[in-house]
Structures are given as C-alpha cells and as structure tokens.
Design a protein around this ligand. Structure first.
Ligand SMILES: *Cc1c(COP(=O)(O)O)cnc(C)c1O
Length: 401
C-alpha cells in the first residue's frame, strides 16, 4: 500500500524527545525565544509568537484585532472546515468568497463582492501552498480600511516577488502540525508587525502552563501510526473502511489522528521549540526535494487529472499534491485502493465552506470539492513508488468511465 502521507521523523527528533523533561524553565524560555526569532526572520516580519496550534493562533489574532459578535469576516469558500466553528464561536459571521478551481484560491474579484458595511477583515488562505493574489486583496482591504489575515498553514516558504507569504497581511498564522512543513508535532505561530497585537497576544498567553510531556506523547503516538500505516494490515483496514466509498469513518479517523494535543491552552514547549528549529534549518532542502518530485508526478499524469495551478502570483511551497479528476472520484478511489494506492477525496482534501454555511453561489468551491483528489507525495517517497503511483493513475484514467 502506498499511504497518503508519512510522518516526518528522524533520529535527531527522538533525541530531542529524550531531552524534554530535563530543561530548566529559563532554558526552555530561551529555546522558545530562539525559535520565535528564527521563525520571524524566515517570514521576514518583526514578531513571531509560538502558540498551541495554528487554530489557536487564528483565535488569538481574531481576539487581538478585536473582532467579535456581528462582525463579518470574509473567508475562502474552499478551505479547512474546522476553522468555521472557531470563527462562529466568537459570534463573528463568516462570509465565503468563491475560489478559482484552477488554483483553489479566492480572487480579489470574488472577495470584492462579499465586502459589506459590517466586514471587518479578510481571511485569506494560500491554499495547498499556492500564493493567492495577496497584493490585490490587500489593496482591496486598504481601500475599505479593513485588515487582512493570512493563513499560511500550507505556505511556509512560499513567496510573492521574493517576499515571504505571511508578511503581507496585518497578521499571519502558521501550523506546526506533524503534516505541515515545519513539523513540531503540534503548535502554531502567529506572525505580525503590529505591536498592539503582540502585546495583546503575549498578555493572553502569559497564564498558560508549559508542559513538556503532551507533545512528546503525541510524537510517540505518531510513531505508532506510522508503523501501522506501513503494516500489511493497514491495506486491509483501509479497504474495509473504503467500502462506503465516501468513507465517512476513514475521514473521521484521519482527522482524529491529526488532532492536536488535548488542552489547547498549553504554552509552547521547549521540545517543540528545539524540534521547530531543526525543521526550520532543514526546510529549504526539504522544499527542493519536494519540488523535484512534484515536477515528476505532474508531468506523468494523464490529462484527466488537472494539476493545481500554483504559480499565478508567486513561488509556491509544497503542502499536498492535489489534482482535479474529471470523473467519479469515489470510483477512482475505490479502484486505486485495489491497486494499493491510498487517495484522499472530499473532506480529506479540504471542505466546501460555502455549502457548510448554506451558500449556493460558489460554483468554484463546489467544483473543487467534487473533483479534488489528494495523491500521495511526500518527503521520503521513493522513486519507484512515485512511478507506480503515476502508472496506476494512467491506467485508471483509461479504464474508468
Ligand atoms: C492545518 C491547518 C490550520 C491549522 O492548523 P492546526 O495547527 O492543526 O490548528 C489552519 N488552516 C489550514 C488551511 C490548515 O490546513
């Protein structure tokens, strides 16, 4: 079985886990500060603040900018659906702006039609690492006197005219989940140049306890997950759960496995800071390896797979390889399973937030949700498996109606 993803793990990461319980509070604080400094430098902004998760960072940004009940926030009509309840819990009204199905990103035009008298901010996502039209959207926001918040959970390392994604809006959030570019087994980062937002956020974080064990435990659980995915039993389990085609059960399982450390109100740990620094140092080399693999896979797919257009506005970063399949994605997934290839579809890729919110005027998001297929591509995927993936998909493109 070629699994959908792999947990990025090196022996050096495990060594950091062994060091975790022994640091003094001062040493830990210094490590977290060093990580924040390095992250801010990488994004080209004055401030980076480590948080419990990417979502935690988003919550802190919304609160720090003073968004609350009755305020409208423009969001992408195609993105991670779990962000919606987080926004609504604050009484903020999310208003979806349609996406271009070629890039999966919203456009300045699709955002413009959603701005009204109660719009307080625009939440942009550089989806799957493809830079969106951040300059056009920032110009629009400036004209209306509202803020832009950038979700860079997929876009660490992406740039627009040489300037890093995350340095354009009032604030940005990054995720340090195991599946993201700088994987610290949970955690997030808020970046900004806004001193008032920094002060408000630091005040909110001040009371949080720093606990070293939960992220270490999460890393160990991920090791178990990785071993499970590599075992033959995984192929059988996956096939059983796929029998429902759209696989509700499997979708839930994947999301739970991706779940963060319980108690999101924890402070960033020294272990995560050291791990994050390691990953930051390795990020460019990782990106180069993935870019090379991306090219190989994109070139070897048949035309029924329309690869995401990633470079409309800048240099993309890698997150996941997603293409739109012109056909029945449920049938494609079942057939791919039989050949030992684990594809993601539907909510396993991203969510149609417009549909979630009851909007029916976002055809781009509907198309994206109906056609998007996540094809396994990750650091450490062997050349042989890459070739086999392409061969299976070429064959299925001919066989399937
Ligand atoms: C992963 C992700 C986040 C948040 O990350 P967590 O650290 O898991 O909370 C935010 N936005 C998008 C689009 C993501 O994929």
């Amino acid at each position: 079985m070629i699994p959908r993803r792999r947990i990025p793990l090196e022996w050096g990461d495990l060594a950091e886990a062994l060091r975790a319980p022994w640091g003094s509070a001062d040493a830990t604080a210094a490590q977290v500060a060093a990580f924040e400094r390095a992250f801010a430098d990488a994004v080209g902004v004055p401030h980076a603040i480590a948080t419990a998760s990417g979502r935690d960072a988003l919550g802190l940004i919304l609160d720090g900018l003073g968004l609350g009940a009755g305020d409208e926030l423009v969001i992408p009509a195609y993105t991670l659906g779990e962000l919606v309840p987080l926004i609504r819990a604050r009484g903020i009204v999310p208003v979806p702006a349609d996406v271009d199905p070629a890039s999966f990103n919203m456009t300045a035009d699709s955002v413009a039609v959603r701005i009204g008298p109660r719009t307080r901010a625009i939440f942009v996502v550089h989806l799957l690492g493809a830079p969106c039209d951040i300059r056009g959207i920032c110009a629009l926001a400036d004209a209306h006197g509202i803020a832009v918040v950038e979700d860079c959970a997929h876009a660490f390392g992406a740039s627009i005219d040489g300037r890093p994604a995350g340095s354009f809006g009032r604030a940005a959030l990054f995720s340090l989940e195991a599946t993201k570019a700088v994987a610290a087994f949970g955690g997030g980062v808020l970046t900004t140049a806004d001193e008032a937002l920094v002060a408000a956020t630091r005040a909110r974080l001040a009371g949080r306890a720093r606990r070293e064990w939960p992220p270490v435990r999460k890393m160990l659980l991920k090791c178990v997950e990785e071993l499970a995915v590599r075992s033959p039993a995984y192929a059988i389990a996956a096939r059983l759960m796929f029998s429902a085609r759209r696989g509700g059960g499997f979708d839930r399982l994947y999301r739970q496995a991706h779940d963060r450390v319980r108690g999101t109100a924890a402070a960033f740990s020294g272990f995560q800071a050291r791990l994050g620094l390691r990953k930051l140092q390795r990020a460019q080399a990782r990106q180069r390896r993935l870019d090379a693999q991306w090219e190989v896979l994109a070139r070897s797919l048949p035309p029924r797979f329309v690869t995401q257009r990633r470079d409309d506005f800048g240099r993309p970063a890698f997150y996941n390889f997603v293409a739109r399949f012109q056909g029945d994605i449920g049938a494609l997934r079942v057939a791919a399973q039989r050949h030992g290839l684990d594809l993601g579809i539907g909510g396993e890729v991203m969510d149609d937030t417009a549909a979630m919110l009851g909007y029916t005027d976002c055809p781009g998001a509907a198309t994206a949700a109906a056609q998007a297929v996540l094809i396994p591509l990750y650091d450490g995927l062997s050349e042989g498996r890459l070739r086999r993936t392409a061969a299976i998909l070429r064959r299925l493109a001919e066989e399937l109606p």
